[in-house]
Design a protein around this ligand. Structure first.
Ligand SMILES: [Zn+2]
Length: 74
């Protein structure tokens, strides 16, 4: 039973990460260079460097890699 619980921890952690990433990906991101808004896949949200509402993303419109702001009001 003890080992079962230890094995459960990374599974629960992975599920939480996926839920949070899907929530992040459900928002749009705004490029500071061309002001276009775009969506990202949840799998990309997991791997993307971020600080608060700012995510380091490559804009699909102008191909600029920079901090993009997560739009929380949508
Ligand atoms: Zn852009």
């Amino acid at each position: 039973m003890k080992y079962f619980l230890i094995a459960l921890i990374p599974i629960v952690a992975a599920v939480i990460i996926v839920i949070l990433a899907k929530r992040t990906a459900s928002h749009t991101f705004k490029c500071k260079h061309c002001s276009e808004e775009f969506n990202i896949k949840w799998s990309k949200a997991v791997a993307t460097e971020h600080s608060g509402n700012e995510y380091m993303l490559i804009c699909p419109y102008c191909q600029t890699k920079d901090w993009c702001t997560q739009q929380l009001d949508k």
